[in-house]
Ligand binder design. Structure first.
Ligand code: ZN
Length: 272
């Protein structure tokens, strides 16, 4: 049994961690797990959605500041890959994967979470990070691959963040549509049927912390964003504080609820 539990989350932009997994990251950090966030870009392509904010610095500096604010609320450590928002598909892919392998070998997480092949709504950076993380988790455990990046480390459990269909339907209700516009083209959110979801993390006790992290990303929150409304009730809606994942890879011999066709309620199930 490992004496120190470590979780690494690999995402593309500042705010992916908060909207996507803020409850999970805060919960595990709050429970004493070492939690690391690897963020690929500084969200340079983002627009300032909030009219109260006047840019006095490059948007990358503002968004890094917002990201560090969220990490502070969640109690997690940030690692930046240093890529530019929107350019992840054109950078040398081996260099990006190498950087993640080096971090995995240094941090030695038993559990890694990242985007699924859907990229939540198919954002190209999300898809690139999904592919990088998938390759890095494979290669990190192979001692003959990049030995200069540190001794091999095998990740025990690898998860994709996956939205349930029900949540996508709820988002459509809240926003009036179910897509994100990228260069005027609608990219719909991808939801998974509940039977495909393997793991449900109940972060109710950390709902307030999750929201604090989301609110750090003020530049990304328009005035009418539901999270900014004073009446937003974070405790009544399980879709806010339950975060769902699909276990896509685990080391042989790890037994958890999935072995008996039930859903896991802990990313470290079978490792404690
Ligand atoms: Zn993103």
């Amino acid at each position: 049994m490992p004496n120190k539990l470590t979780l690494a989350a690999i995402f593309a932009h500042p705010d992916d961690e908060a909207f996507g997994a803020g409850g999970t990251l805060a919960k595990y950090a709050g429970e004493g797990v070492d939690v690391h966030l690897i963020t690929a870009t500084l969200g340079e392509a983002g627009q300032v959605a909030s009219p109260e904010i006047t840019l006095t610095q490059p948007i990358s500096a503002l968004r890094e500041h917002e990201l560090r604010c969220a990490c502070q609320h969640y109690g997690i450590e940030l690692h930046l890959l240093g890529y530019v928002d929107g350019q992840t598909t054109i950078v040398p892919q081996d260099a990006a994967v190498y950087k993640i392998v080096r971090l995995l070998r240094e941090l030695k997480p038993q559990v890694v979470i990242t985007f699924g092949p859907d990229g939540v709504y198919g954002h190209y950076d999300h898809l690139a990070v999904h592919r990088w993380a998938t390759a890095a988790v494979q290669l990190s455990g192979q001692a003959d691959c990049w030995p200069e990046a540190g001794p091999a480390h095998a990740v025990a459990k690898f998860y994709h963040r996956a939205l349930p269909e029900e949540q996508v339907a709820r988002m459509e209700q809240m926003m009036g549509h179910n897509y994100v516009l990228m260069e005027s083209v609608p990219f719909p959110f991808v939801g998974y049927p509940m039977e495909k979801i393997t793991t449900i993390i109940d972060a109710r006790d950390y709902a307030e912390t999750k929201l604090k992290g989301i609110l750090c990303h003020a530049s990304q929150l328009a005035q009418d964003n539901p999270y900014r409304q004073t009446g937003f009730d974070l405790t009544t809606d399980p879709l806010f504080w339950q975060e769902t994942f699909i276990l896509v890879q685990s080391q042989p011999g790890i037994r958890s609820a999935i072995s008996t066709n039930r859903k896991e309620d802990d990313l470290f199930a079978g490792l404690r």
